[in-house]
Design a protein around this ligand. Structure first.
Ligand SMILES: NC(=O)c1ccc[n+]([C@@H]2O[C@H](COP(=O)([O-])OP(=O)(O)OC[C@H]3O[C@@H](n4cnc5c(N)ncnc54)[C@H](O)[C@@H]3O)[C@@H](O)[C@H]2O)c1
Length: 366
């Protein structure tokens, strides 16, 4: 398979990271554990935060301005782990400066930005990979091997959900101008992408979606622990207003006739947080989360298959490690990338359409 980026033929890949907040450690630990990588530079507008991480991970260069960072000759590739509204400008600047980029999800605020990011990668002949980390989970890869070998037959329906009872991450996540939206763009992006990846990337043709703003961020609730942005502020100590949906759902149809139902929340009156993905094919079905199981039939009996694997549900550390190792492998060895720029553009078109459908009450034809 032909690849669209120049292979970087070096003994050690020199990596920089922009954004050293809550998620950064997953990237940094994975780079640190990859013997082909040296972490050379870190950047954060909060320079003290970057400095603290640099002390732990041994980066020699510390910046609070990414434009300055990209002038460095000691960086071959970067991870972009910043607020969503900065993914496009930082990624494009990095590509223009000749660096390969691994950009966190969501790819951008909208499809227009994702399209410019893709063009920048093509123009400079550099890799732009998106951090669709769920694709790298062991349960995903095991199920995909069953699906690719035809065990489930033709996939005609997936239903999936990622629902939190009280889990608005606060800070910039809750501000639509910075984040692009709430649980749909934050959590929905993971499961829509994953479903499409497992289905073999059919072409989306129409979208019907809803968003709701009924429950709010539930900042009054005491004694909950959940994922928080590095600069979390509660409603009582307000610096960022909550302007995003708390729930969204959508039905997406594909050119092969298959459909995907998705539902996602940051806050909802549900007993407990849940992530589920149910897959239905002509010869078999499967459940990916909360635990991998496959349903089929043999000798005129229904059978349940439970693959014996070390991670039958999503394992954060292992999945990030596999994602980072793949990024490094693509750059150094020219291995085809499983999360390329075009997939980022497709998912942003779908997310744009869900928000538009929710706003207009209409079916959006893509
Ligand atoms: N793959 C996943 O499962 C997953 C999980 C959590 C977050 N994320 C994504 O990672 C990104 C970061 O999320 P987070 O939770 O770490 O947020 P965070 O707020 O904890 O950290 C973001 C960091 O980026 C810095 N920053 C913002 N703008 C910058 C700029 N212009 N230049 C340099 N630094 C800048 C902030 O100061 C902060 O330290 C988001 O896009 C989020 O969607 C992905």
């Amino acid at each position: 398979m032909e690849i669209a980026w120049e292979v970087t033929n070096v003994e050690k890949l020199r990596v920089g990271v922009i954004g050293t907040g809550s998620l950064a450690e997953y990237h940094l630990n994975s780079y640190k554990n990859n013997p082909a990588v040296e972490i050379t530079a870190l950047c954060d507008i909060n320079k003290e935060r970057a400095r603290k991480k640099a002390d732990i991970f041994g980066a020699k260069e510390i910046y609070d301005d990414y434009e300055e960072m990209f002038k460095s000759k000691n960086i071959d590739a970067v991870s972009v782990i910043t607020w969503n509204n900065t993914h496009a400008p930082i990624t494009i600047a990095a590509l223009e400066a000749g660096k390969h980029v691994l950009c966190e999800k969501p790819p951008a605020l909208n499809a227009e930005e994702a399209s410019r990011m893709k063009q920048a990668a093509e123009k400079k002949g550099k890799l732009l990979m998106y951090g669709f980390v769920r694709r790298f989970a062991q349960n995903t890869q095991v199920l995909k091997s069953f699906m690719d070998s035809g065990e489930l037959g033709e996939i005609y329906y997936i239903k999936t959900g990622y629902l939190r009872r009280c889990g608005n991450p606060g800070g910039w996540f809750a501000n639509k101008e910075i984040s692009g939206g709430g649980p749909l763009i934050d959590l929905g992006v993971h499961i829509i992408d994953l479903a499409m990846y497992l289905m073999g990337k059919p072409k989306p043709v129409s979208v019907f979606g809803n968003t709701s703003y009924k429950v709010g961020n539930r900042a009054n609730i005491k004694d909950v622990t959940n994922y928080k942005s590095a600069d979390f502020k509660t409603e009582q100590n307000i610096s960022v207003k909550n302007t995003v949906e708390d729930f969204a759902n959508a039905l997406i149809k594909f050119d092969n006739g298959a459909s995907l139902y998705v539902e996602t929340s940051w806050t909802m009156h549900i007993k407990s947080n849940i992530a589920y993905m149910d897959i239905f094919g002509s010869k078999g079905g499967a459940k990916l989360e909360p635990q991998l199981e496959i349903y089929s039939e043999k000798n005129n009996y229904m059978i349940d298959i439970q693959p014996v694997v070390s991670s039958s549900s999503f394992d954060f550390d292992k999945a990030f490690s596999a994602e980072i190792d793949h990024f490094v492998d693509c750059i150094m060895n020219g291995t085809p990338c499983i999360c390329p720029a075009e997939d980022g553009l497709t998912i942003m078109k779908i997310l744009d359409a869900i928000y538009k459908s929710a706003e207009t009450g209409k079916l959006i034809v893509l």
